[in-house]
Design a protein around this ligand. Sequence first.
Ligand code: PGA
Length: 261
Amino acid sequence: MRKPIIAGNWKLNNNIQESVDLVTLLKRELTDLTGVDIVVCPVSTALSVVQDLLLESNIDVGAQNVYWEDSGAFTGEVSAPLLKDLGVKYCIIGHSERRQYFGETNETVNKRIKAALKHDLIPIVCVGEVLEERESGKAFDVISKQCEESLAGLTEEEAKKLVIAYEPVWAIGTGKTATPEQAQEVHKFIRDFLRKTFSDAVADGVCIQYGGSVKPDNIAELISQEDIDGALVGGASLKSEAFIEIVKQSSNSTQVTRNGI
Ligand code: PGA
């Protein structure tokens, strides 16, 4: 059994003041919750202030991307040791928007995961098929290739530290959610992949989040599925009431301990 994890992916939204306002509300409303891991992923310019505000709280901070080299002539990049230096705990890697707009591939996702793990950041690794792939019956082939190539070369100990987010691209920001059954089917497929590739301990310990138009009115049904262990929330994470409600409903779901850093 796994402790659920709800992460808010703010994408390119919220300046410093808006970030402060939002986390102040989250902190106040979510302070007593223990049955769920809570993460917010602000824009990089707000990471520091958000991290300071959430020190000694039950909400952790994640970055939205990380470069694989530690330092050097890589203008514009942010590295894992720099994120660690800020106190950041998680990092989203391979989000479909990065794959779609910024040339992210399974190979670069793999490099970023290894860099994050090397510096004790927990990667939230995103996988998911586009609509055309689902409609042509290729969803499982795509997910399988994404998992295989993105997680290539990881040891069992490293794999235990991952969080995986299944985000069907056709459900992101569209208001269309995968049905709980559709999502469960893919989550089980990913868990079976982890079992086959690594071990029972990895498969049973790794949290697999669902992402794609998660809202207060669909989270309960999604998270009640056996292999859905939380959510990566975009749009609804920008509204305090919606995010708070999603987190609260998730903390009422079954949980125990998750393998983590
Ligand atoms: P959404 O985004 O909740 O707005 O669909 C999810 C994501 O992209 O992580």
